[in-house]
Design a protein around this ligand. Structure first.
Ligand code: FES
Length: 138
């Protein structure tokens, strides 16, 4: 196997190879992992420490949160990753861009705080973000 030296060292230690952008670095607290809470429709809360740059959808799917289908894999082409951003976070997360706005037309029970979770990238600014899963996807 032909791996970069750092990846090979990680593999030799039996570790999972994690891209540099996702590694925790104590010298750079800005690289700490933001917290994400996803609240399923039945009220079950899922709490995660997530990688900067990962999307809410990726974290939901990776952790089998019910109600996030993500049929297109994050290409903003299916609207089955629809979530409601918690009211407290809506302004911080911001409004959808034009393509996402168009796809939201296909989502079920769209509200002012609706977003496609594949279009929300986690960052330090979103540390503590809370989103809610709708009753069903379209
Ligand atoms: S995963 Fe398809 S639009 Fe988000």
């Amino acid at each position: 196997m032909n791996l970069p030296r750092s990846a090979a060292a990680s593999a030799m230690r039996g570790g999972v190879i994690v891209p540099a952008a996702y590694r925790y670095n104590a010298k750079h607290p800005e690289n700490q992992m933001p917290k994400l809470t996803i609240i399923a429709f039945d009220g079950t809360q899922y709490h995660f420490d997530v990688q900067n740059g990962s999307t809410v959808m990726e974290n939901a799917v990776r952790n089998s949160v019910p109600g996030i289908e993500a049929e297109c894999g994050g290409a903003c082409a299916c609207a089955t990753c629809h979530v409601y951003v918690d009211e407290e976070w809506s302004a911080t997360v911001g409004a959808p861009e034009a393509m996402e706005e168009d796809m939201l037309d296909f989502a079920y029970d769209v509200k002012p705080t609706s977003r496609l979770s594949c279009q929300i990238k986690m960052s330090e600014g979103l540390d503590g973000l809370v989103v809610h899963v709708p009753e069903r996807q379209a």
